[in-house]
Design a protein around this ligand. Structure first.
Ligand code: FAD
Length: 398
């Protein structure tokens, strides 16, 4: 077993950290106050090849592995979790499903502008009446001549307003096969408009918007995967996507931990730095230990993805644990700063707010527990059927 990052991964981590410190972190507080997407930062990330980091070079990406992408998400989220959310949704939810489920024609047409960052990607699954229960989608895609006519209401689409394309999920009706179906839709298609812009607790520099579809024509060639097989696309997208959100959670926790450590070393009470009071010193020890454990889960899951293994449970475990760590560590950081931790003069109150959503989006923690526990039972059943047991991390077949 080797815990060392490869040279290529270390280089990406270093470049990502430099960009995060130099260009992202200095604007984070202001963007959080102003509820603004930093286009200039997204352009800088595009210049660095970060908008298509783990996209193959053939489709205009940088050709890095998924672990490198997680390193990038952690570093950018450490600086500004909203920018991390924009990048994560753009990449893992808005771009990678086209590579995973698209035809060659779809990959060549839609992926290069996403990989270069000239278009931002988005993912529209959630609706007012459908969140965790994705199968209950109400948006309808009616079969018409040459394609589908789509109408419905998509809620809380990250990047919605600034996106160029959207992976859209709707219920196909009127054709040979009915059921949830995925589509690739340009945001300037006739009939698309934007509803409410969400005012959020955290990740404010990522825009979250309702998208309204009124008789939007989607040609047959823009259907992603088979008709009625959209849930496979959605769940297959969320499996690795959750690893990215876990990396985001680690980045948020790391930012809060570093700030709290610096503060604890400086702030004196009762004649010595608070870091020398055992209550604070032990808090820092727990914070660091949890972050490192969470990061290991992220790296394990990302490594499995790069090895072509099934990551359904590994991604859920990484997200479940890392998001809980982010919540606990940012809470501890507020406590280490005392009253200052509650004030907007210091970034830990923002980290505290940003951390919260990592337990909610791309599947709540309850849904992660459902996924993990189902995996446990499946493995148990399989181990009874296979003498000698089965390996926990076996590759996906087919
Ligand atoms: C900032 C933000 C950005 C988002 N961006 C996107 C996006 O880009 N695209 C997109 O499609 N969606 C997006 N979402 C939606 C997000 O994925 C959903 O909010 C999430 O999946 C939960 O769905 P829900 O809010 O409808 O909660 P519900 O499904 O209504 O769940 C409510 C509560 O019940 C629990 N619960 C539900 N079912 C079960 C069960 N079977 N067992 C146990 N507990 C259960 C949940 O865990 C939760 O605690 C975003 C959300 C937020 C907050």
């Amino acid at each position: 077993m080797n815990f060392r990052l490869t040279d290529a991964q270390q280089k990406i981590k270093k470049r990502a950290a430099e960009l995060a410190d130099r260009e992202v972190a200095p604007h984070a507080a202001e963007l959080d106050r102003e509820d603004r997407v930093p286009f200039e930062t997204l352009e800088r990330m595009a210049d660095e090849g970060f908008m298509g980091l783990c996209v193959p070079e053939k489709y205009g990406g940088a050709g890095a592995d998924f672990l490198s992408y997680c390193l990038l998400i952690e570093e950018i989220s450490r600086a500004d979790a909203g920018v991390g959310a924009t990048l994560a949704v753009h990449t893992s939810a808005g771009t990678l499903p086209i590579l995973a489920y698209g035809t060659e024609e779809q990959k060549s047409r839609w992926v290069p502008p996403l990989a270069s960052g000239s278009r931002i990607g988005s993912f529209a699954l959630t609706e007012p009446n459908t969140g965790s229960d994705a199968a209950a989608i109400e948006t309808l895609a009616e079969r018409v001549d040459g394609g589908y006519c789509v109408s419905g209401h998509k809620q809380w689409v990250t990047n919605g307003r600034v996106a160029g394309t959207m992976i859209l999920f709707a219920r196909a009706v009127g054709g040979a096969t009915e059921g949830v179906t995925a589509f690739i839709v340009p945001m300037d298609a006739e009939g698309i408009s934007f509803g409410k812009h969400a005012e959020k607790m955290g990740v404010v520099s990522a825009t979250t918007d309702d998208v309204l579809l009124d008789d939007v024509f989607v040609p047959e060639e823009d259907r992603l995967g088979k008709e009625g097989r959209g849930l496979r696309v959605a769940l297959g997208t969320l499996d690795p996507g959750r690893i990215g959100i876990a990396a985001q959670a680690v980045g948020i926790a790391e930012a809060a931990f570093r700030y709290a450590t610096g503060y604890a070393a400086e702030r004196e009470t009762f004649g010595k730095p608070i870091a020398e009071h055992q209550a604070i010193a032990f808090k820092l020890a727990d914070m660091q230990t949890k972050i490192r454990a969470a990061r290991l889960l992220v790296h394990e899951a990302a490594w499995m993805k790069d090895e072509g293994m099934r990551v359904t449970e590994a991604g859920a475990r990484a997200k479940l644990y890392a998001s809980a760590v982010a919540k606990e560590v940012t809470d501890d950081a507020v406590q280490v700063l005392g009253g200052r931790g509650y004030m907007k003069d210091h970034p830990v109150e923002r980290h505290y707010r940003d951390a919260r959503v990592t337990e909610i989006y791309e599947g709540t923690s309850e849904i992660q527990r459902l996924v993990i526990s189902r995996g446990i039972l499946r493995e148990h059943t399989e181990s009874l059927e296979a003498p000698g047991g089965v390996e926990e991390t076996r590759p996906v077949v087919g």
